[in-house]
Ligand binder design. Structure first.
Ligand SMILES: O=c1[nH]cnc2c1ncn2[C@@H]1O[C@H](CO)[C@@H](O)[C@H]1O
Ligand SMILES: [Zn+2]
Length: 388
């Protein structure tokens, strides 16, 4: 686990309001007089979130809806400038301590207006919090770069406004746009005006699609809305047939996604919790990685999943026997798919990610060589050779 934590990682899909420290929730609730927390002991609260978000057996997208109910409590304590600043700073610190070097963290500004903040004030508080978190991480010996993605909620009607907000704060800490929330009944085409606006502005966006709902949602996200990346996209396997002899046939949509190198933001633990995948070993990521889709590994919601990037990778290492080379592949995929400029992505890959993995692999090599020498000299001793 230690080498997984030390390996440089990049996360493209992590929700700010799904990653608070439990102790911070308790303190913020106290400070703002929010009395509806289900637990007031941080350790108990952490367990509550994990269990409440765990509804894999519910059918027809209901697992996702139950999962999303837990966000009422985190959003409730994220309504002031200070709270947003603190949560964002701690988010950057926690990701950095876990070995994340690049993160795109998303949240829905429209969910943080209850105490009178404006959309702009929300965005500025979070951006300043990320900058503070980057500084604190650096002081603790970790380097991380964090960009914000502004999310619009699929069931609401503010997506164009939020897209305009993302455009206004472009190059000022916001790197793109997203839509999230319950999938069934809220197709991405409801927000076509927002996506068309962003395209006219040459801006970037990703869409939560193919999580609780099937191929039509992925198809719309790509072919009607023009998404640059897909949030989850696990249902894409419905368009892939694996025969008994192991041969694979891709449908038109799956082939398009692979041919066009559309990045898939996969979040294994979250998918188990909402019922989008049955187990780590059966998670579509195994097949999609084998077929060379542009797959990335992500946390989605660290609080609800009780997870981290290292934890997600540890699950995949257990399930699929992935090595440091696989981890590097996923990480380079993520960095290639990031919404920051090309030259900056390339620099992260060449100057941070590849050297980081090279260092870990060389450590492993020397340890391996030392272990082999030790075994060889032991057996030499046992045979009485070299003692005369
Ligand atoms: O996996 C997910 N699928 C769809 N929506 C989600 C997921 N995780 C979080 N959110 C939604 O995104 C909002 C902004 O961060 C959260 O408040 C939650 O409602
Ligand atoms: Zn998500």
């Amino acid at each position: 686990m230690d080498h997984i934590r030390r390996a440089p990682k990049a996360v493209l899909h992590d929700h700010l309001d799904g990653g608070l420290r439990p102790a911070t929730i308790v303190e913020l609730a106290d400070a703002v007089g929010y009395g509806d927390l289900p637990e007031t002991d941080p350790a108990q609260l952490a367990i509550w979130f994990r269990e409440a978000a765990d509804s894999p057996a519910l059918e027809g997208g209901a697992g996702l809806e139950r999962y999303l109910e837990t966000f009422a409590h985190t959003c409730a304590v994220m309504q002031t400038r200070d709270a947003l600043f603190r949560v964002a700073a701690e988010c950057a610190e926690d990701l950095a301590a876990d070995g994340v070097v690049y993160a795109e963290v998303r949240y829905a500004p429209e969910q943080h207006l209850e105490a009178g903040l404006t959309l702009e004030e929300v965005v500025e508080a979070v951006n300043e919090g990320f900058r503070e978190g980057e500084r604190r991480a650096l002081a603790a010996g970790h380097r991380i770069r964090v960009g914000a993605l502004l999310t619009a909620m699929r069931h609401a009607a503010r997506s164009l406004e939020i897209a305009e907000l993302a455009n206004r704060y472009r190059d000022l800490g916001v790197v793109g746009f997203d839509i999230a929330g319950a999938e069934a009944g809220f197709p991405p085409t409801r927000h076509l005006d927002a996506f068309e606006y962003l395209k006219r502005e040459n801006n970037h966006f990703t869409i939560h699609a193919g999580e609780a709902f099937g191929l039509p949602s992925i198809w719309q996200a790509l072919q009607w809305c023009g998404a640059d990346r897909l949030g989850h996209g696990v249902r894409l396997i419905d368009d892939i047939q694996v025969a008994h002899d192991g041969s694979v046939k891709l449908g038109r949509l799956a082939a398009y996604v692979r041919d066009k190198r559309v990045p898939l933001e996969m979040c294994p633990t979250s998918n188990l919790q909402t019922g989008a995948a049955p187990s780590y070993a059966e998670h579509p990521i195994g097949l999609l990685r084998r077929l060379h889709f542009r797959v990335t590994v992500n946390t989605d919601n660290r609080l609800m999943g009780g997870t981290s990037m290292s934890q997600e990778f540890a699950h995949l290492v257990n399930a699929f026997g992935y090595t440091l080379d696989d981890m590097q592949w996923f990480t380079v995929n993520a960095m290639k798919s990031a919404f920051i400029p090309f030259d900056e992505r390339l620099a992260m890959i060449n100057d941070v990610i590849k050297p980081g993995y090279a260092e870990l692999k060389s450590e492993w090599l020397f340890r391996q060589a030392a272990a082999e020498t030790a075994v060889a000299s032991e057996s030499t001793r046992d045979q009485g050779v070299g003692q005369g």
